[in-house]
Design a protein around this ligand. Sequence first.
Ligand SMILES: NC(=O)c1ccc[n+]([C@@H]2O[C@H](COP(=O)([O-])OP(=O)(O)OC[C@H]3O[C@@H](n4cnc5c(N)ncnc54)[C@H](O)[C@@H]3O)[C@@H](O)[C@H]2O)c1
Length: 379
Amino acid sequence: MIRVGVIGAGYIGMVHLDQLARLGVKIVKVVDNNPELAKRAAAKYGIEHWSTKADDIVNDPSIDVVHNCTPNKFHFDINKRSMENGKQVLSEKPLAMTAEEAEELWNVSVKHNTVTGVDFCYRYYPVVQEAAARIARGELGDVRMVFGTWFQDWLSMETDYSWRLERAENGMSNVTADLGSHWFDLVQFLTGRKVTDVMGDLATLIPIRKKPKKQVLAFEHLEAADSVDVECSLEEYSAVHFRLDGTVPGSFTTCQLCNGRKSEPLFEIYGKECSYAWNHKDPTRLWIGHRFKPNEELIENASIMHPEAAKFAVLPAGHPLGYYDAVMHLFKDFYDAIEAGEGADQGSRRPTFFTGYEEMKILAAIIESNDKRRWESVK
Ligand SMILES: NC(=O)c1ccc[n+]([C@@H]2O[C@H](COP(=O)([O-])OP(=O)(O)OC[C@H]3O[C@@H](n4cnc5c(N)ncnc54)[C@H](O)[C@@H]3O)[C@@H](O)[C@H]2O)c1
């Protein structure tokens, strides 16, 4: 049985543990800097060992697979040393803090023939897979224009705090790295095209925030918490104009101060033959737009989907899948690749460290474009 260690037991770490439990792999150790969180996770999932040091997993020869659920600035070191120690690695996104780090991680994975994964989970909604399958078969026709947004409200007050907002904690970007990496992954996966040129406009809307003295996990709101004022100079707003393969135009806007919007990644892809639109708010439905016949709505349903998408629509039609299922299916692809002895595979349909590296290059170009107030190429 594959033996797994999970590092980071905050918001997403608990999601990983939950889905790993569904998959039936053996979770042998969980680590979090905060002993209370490590203990809580171990108790909830019946894990024998917990600790507060990532190295207790990275250097444990009995562990085959590492799930890295720590904040972004710890991704590079933990991912790299885990691969050098012969482990397969599933990392949270964004893969690293810079494109250079991400490139090195990709190179190390090739050197050690590591099976890698990055948790770009939104790909794994069945109708998103179906849209990708239809586009690959030419059913949309040539892609003419791409549009999207992702609005949230969990950082809309000055009393909302996350390590994501502090430059010292999170480097060059907050929301462009956090949500933009997911969204650009979706667009590249769906269209099979690459983002080649970008023009970014980023804004920090609440530059000073009240940081609670007690640890606050992602999406937590601590009302009237004892706090200190801290500078949060990273952006909560980002708008990006871009081109796919140097030609197809697109735009994406994201912001975390949009009261009432919880977490709504949305894409619209307009092709020569028809249009596809999807919104995470209603994730089982794909809107299909036509000019000379009534528009359609495809609800996830294995019996009317292409096989590579149908395999993810595992419940009878009318029984909706959700976020947990998307994450579980990404993990399943990753563990299937390990069992098949795949190694570092650049051509995979699942997101690997190569995908993570591509996303970091897009992010670096957006940041440079914003700094210089002009279009930049993705290098
Ligand atoms: N794929 C997704 O949909 C998704 C969603 C949310 C977060 N994420 C990613 O997951 C990562 C973690 O985000 P989160 O929302 O869970 O944050 P969080 O703040 O809720 O949790 C992070 C946890 O890591 C622990 N930690 C910090 N440094 C550590 C270290 N060196 N070793 C061990 N534990 C450490 C903290 O104590 C905390 O419990 C980020 O990279 C984020 O971008 C991905």
